[in-house]
Each structure stands twice: as C-alpha cells, then as structure tokens.
Design a protein around this ligand. Structure first.
Ligand code: PEP
Ligand code: MG
Length: 565
C-alpha cells in the first residue's frame, strides 16, 4: 500500500481500478490529398501548431517546480516556431500533396535521421525533443478524431498528467468512477466541472504516475486529499464503510428535493444550478433546482474543428429553456480564454491569457460569432424564460456595445422574417475589481448582476486560479473579496436590482451564511452540491448573521473572517 498526497477537488470517496491515460501508439495513415484540399490542410496545420504552442506556453507557466522541464518545453516551442519547419511542412503538403499527418511524420522522421547520424551527445538529446514534439503535435491532431475512453471500463479511476475541461465532461459521460491528475489546481475549470458533476477527483498528485500500473486498486479520498494505491484489506474495508456512509448521507439529502430553501428566519432563497454541458440538465431537474443561474456556453465551442452553427445553438438553448420551464435559464455568452482555450476561435498565443482576450472581449473581437450566438438565444427565447448574461464585464461601455449588437441582431431577424423574443433580462457578471467599483453604473445598465467569485478572487488578489503553487494566496474570505461583494450588493439594491453569486463560493457550504448575510439574493451552484447547500440554507438565520456584519466587514484578515463565520 502506498499513499500519495494531492489536492481534493470534491469531497467523497471513490474506489476503482487504475487506468493510466497517456501516450498511445499513433498510426499514421499513408494518405495523399487532392490539390483542392491543399488550402484547408495548411490552415489545419496552422491552427493545430498554434494550439500546441499555446499548450506548451501554459505548461511552461505551470512548471514552476523545475527549471529543467521549463527549458525543455521552451526548446519544444522553438521547434514549432522555426520558419524552416513551417515552410517545409507547407511544401510537403502543397507540392507533394501529403496529408497533414504524413507531412509532419515525414518532416520529423527526416530530422531525426539526420541527428541519429551525428556522434554528438547534445544532438542526441535533440532526437528526444523532436520525437516528443512530433508526438505532441500528431496526437493532438489525431485525438480530435479518436475516443481515448472507448475501451475504458466504468469501474476505472483515470490517472493522468493533466486534464482539459472538455475531457472531464467526456469522463463524466462515460460514468467513470473518478480521476487523479499529477498537475492542475482546485480552481481550474476542469476541477469546477468535475465538482459540478460530483466526479471524485484529486489534482496535484505528484509522483502518482510512477507508482501505479493499470489494474491496481486505487482509492481516492477526497476528504483527506489522498490517493491510496493497492490498499491493504483493512484499509479497503475502512473505505468501503466510509463510502457506504456517504452514500447514506446522499440518500438523506435526497429527502430535501421538494423542500423549499427557506432560512430559519423565513427568507426564501432562490437556489439555482450552474451547467457546462447540456446533459447536466438531467441533474438540474432531478434535484429540483430553481432554474439555471449560469450556463457556461463556451463548452459548446471547445474541442471541435468548426463553430457550432446558429441553428445548432438555437436547438440546444431552446431544448434546455423548455426543460427549465417555469424557471429561468441564464445563458452566459462565450467565455473562452484563460484555461478554456478554443482552437476554433483563432485565439493567438498570449503571454498572459488571464489578462488577455477572454470573456466579453473575445465576443467583441469576433462579432459574427457573437451575433450568431445572440441570434440563437433570441430565437430560443420564444418560450420567454431565457435571461442573457455577459462574462468579464469591466466597464459600462462594453454593455452599451452589447446592447447595440442585440438590437442589430433583432433587426436582422425581423428582416429575415424569423420568430424571436427580445423581451429578455440582461445581466452582467461582476468578476473584475473595476466592475465592483463601478457596479452602481453597471447595475443601472442591466437587469441583474451575478458575482463570479472564481475570477473575482483571482483578479482582486492577483492570484492565478490555476496555479497550485500559489494557492495559499487564493482566499475567498480575504477582506477585499468580502467587501467587494458587499459593495456590489449595496449598489445593486439601491436601485432595486438583484444580485446572484454563481462562482464556486456559493457551492461551498462554509460560505453560504456569509453570502446571505452580505445580502446576496440568489445562489447558483454545482448541481451535485445543490441539496447540500439547501440543507445549509435551511439551518441559516440571516438576521443573526447580519448582527455580526459590521464586525465582519471590519475584519483585517481572512483568518478573522473565517473565525467569525
Ligand atoms: C466565476 O468566475 O466565478 C465564474 C462563475 O465564471 P468561470 O468560473 O466560468 O470563469
Ligand atoms: Mg469567470
């Protein structure tokens, strides 16, 4: 038996058999292309190279614990940025009519052959680098078509180096027991999705891959943040008992499905759900959520080769909206960027993506894509329960631009004779300090506000939400965060507008009382946490908490605030 420490993404215990997800054999098809396909093949090449360069930059950023790894990855980036590489691949495609996969394979095999003939030790290392880059690029290109999980058993626990948000959704769809990654952080989008789906997951389990093999029994202890490999009989027995107990707790929570979320002092709280993929609506309905307070639509745009069409989006939004009736569906427009990189929106490499083109900025820089989404939403709202919300708003000007675009879209739909309903509440996400400070003006320009605490904490405290090595600085109860929430709530309430919290703070039991005492009207939480949060609301006395508000707001440290709550 061996124990490896990690960071728990969601509480709970999972027991299963190890399935390591890592490099697999690539079989390159010997395929020639037609001349008419040259242009699209070259554009596929550029898109995929950009993606892998971006991926490498992100890895470099995260590899803070080893300069050696950082240097290796930097050298890999240089290989992909070499003009000779771009030029030769383009020629292998346009002149010799090789498919992209064949061209890349040929380029790297030729380069490796040349280095193999040299007796220099330094150059021998280069062979590994070339092999690695070829593998990374080809596996990315080919994975777009291959289902890695095809043969994975449901009783498995996946062990991998890291995981993308979209891959988590695939793991969930396959009903796999749980997953552990050697890297990653609790606040990344991958983790949020896993938590939302109640999928047991550990991140930052350094060294795990070297200590397991396929088929080993492994326990994920999400309460203690532990991966236990090949447990002894007694440990396994202990965890089977814990798992049974948790199952019973979950069963008891199910009794709250039809109970209204009303606090002890009689305030009814609107308790909604966050979803990332349409399939999550099942959980939303099962737990009797008061609608969807955040639909992260960017997941419709990630991991695909083409954009979802207006009609495709319309069908999805309409279907979810109808299933939500009579409750509301809050659709958040695309929020790619940061760690949610999409390879179809041509997001170029940025040194500092979290401060770069993400959230509403992406939409305002890709107006045709944005308009397609807005039109799909306007059309889907014929059932009248859709609200629209914009991410990463930093100023009133962005809202003015957005409103003008909605008007343009409405006019275009009228001219085309297509049915729609523009009578729709409009909300702004408050997740940047500038939005907090100007929340009075922002609230005037829209119908509701929704606080995205994940980013608000990141930007207020200048701490990358994905960087595990500085996670101690990521403090939801830092006095600046708490005061920011209070400022936002007060500004909105002054003019009769409501405020929701849809960031992860709302899904954490320990912060519920605090948020309600600060005056937050609505909570939108991971569906898997909804009943737990409801239980907390039922046990909460807001007036009692409000009596402590002045003391709370004058606290100087996060520790003092935690003590008070
Ligand atoms: C947030 O930032 O709190 C939020 C809800 O948005 P996301 O996590 O998708 O960035
Ligand atoms: Mg956010």
């Amino acid at each position: 038996m061996k124990k490896i420490k990690g960071n728990s993404v969601s509480a709970g215990v999972a027991i299963g058999r190890v399935k390591i997800i890592q490099k697999h054999e690539l079989h390159i098809e010997h395929k020639k292309i037609y001349r008419r396909e040259v242009e699209s093949e070259i554009s596929r090449f550029k898109k995929n190279v950009d993606y892998v360069i971006n991926e490498l930059s992100k890895l470099i950023q995260d590899y803070t614990y080893s300069q050696e790894n950082r240097d290796i990855l930097e050298s890999h980036k240089l290989i992909l940025q070499d003009p000779d590489f771009i030029d030769k691949i383009s020629k292998l495609i346009s002149e010799d009519l090789n498919s992209l996969e064949m061209a890349i394979n040929k380029y790297f095999n030729d380069a490796i052959d040349i280095f193999s003939g040299m007796s220099n030790k330094y150059l021998a290392h280069k062979i590994n680098d070339f092999e690695d880059v070829a593998y990374r690029l080809l596996s990315h290109i080919m994975d777009e078509r291959k289902d890695i999980l095809e043969d994975v058993d449901e009783n498995s626990i996946l062990i991998m180096e890291n995981i993308s948000p979209s891959f988590v959704t695939k793991v969930f769809e396959k009903q796999i027991q749980g997953l552990c990654t050697e890297r990653g952080s609790r606040n990344s989008h991958s983790s949020i999705i896993a938590r939302s789906m109640n999928l047991p997951m550990l991140v930052n389990t350094l060294g795990l891959l070297n200590n397991v093999k396929d088929g080993d029994i492994v326990i994920i202890d999400g309460n203690e943040g532990l991966a236990i490999i090949s447990p002894t009989k007694s440990t396994l027995g202990k965890y089977n008992a814990i798992s049974k107990k948790e199952h019973n707790i979950q069963k008891n929570l199910l009794k709250l499905i039809d109970v209204e979320p009303i606090t002890k002092d009689g305030k009814k709280i609107k308790l909604m759900s966050n979803i990332e993929i349409p399939q999550e609506i099942e959980q939303v309905l099962k737990f009797n959520s008061a609608g969807i307070g955040l639909f992260r639509t960017e997941f419709l745009f990630i991991d695909r080769e083409d954009l979802p069409t207006e009609d495709e989006q319309y069908e999805i939004y309409k279907d979810i909206a109808e299933q939500c009736l009579p409750n509301a569906l809050v659709i958040r427009t695309i929020d790619v960027g940061g760690d949610k990189l999409s390879n179809i929106l041509n997001i170029t490499h940025e040194e500092n993506p979290n401060l770069g083109c993400r959230g509403i900025r992406i939409s305002l820089q890709n107006i045709p894509v944005f308009k397609q989404q807005i039109k799909a939403i306007l059309r889907a709202n014929t059932c009248g329960n859709i609200k629209i919300m914009f991410p990463m708003i930093s100023s009133v000007e962005e809202l003015s631009k957005v409103k003008k675009i909605i008007k343009d879209c409405s006019n275009e739909l009228i001219n085309a004779g297509i049915a729609f309903n523009a009578d729709m509440e409009l909300g702004a996400m408050i997740e940047i300090p500038s939005a907090v400070i100007t929340s009075d003006s922002i609230a005037e320009e829209c119908d509701f506000l929704s606080i995205g605490t994940n980013d608000l904490i990141q930007y207020t405290l200048a701490v990358d939400r994905d960087n595990q090595s500085i996670s101690d600085y990521y403090k939801p109860t830092h006095p600046s965060v708490i005061r920011s929430i209070k400022i936002t709530v007060d500004n909105a309430h002054k003019i009769g507008k409501k405020v929701a919290v849809c960031g992860e703070m709302a899904s954490e039991k320990k912060y519920v009382k605090l948020l309600l005492a600060l005056g937050v009207d609505e909570l939108s939480v991971s569906p898997g946490r909804l009943l737990l949060i409801k239980k907390e609301i039922l046990e909460c006395n807001i007036e009692e908490m409000k009596a402590k508000l002045d003391e709370l707001l004058s606290c100087k440290t996060s520790k003092e605030i935690m003590k008070l709550i």
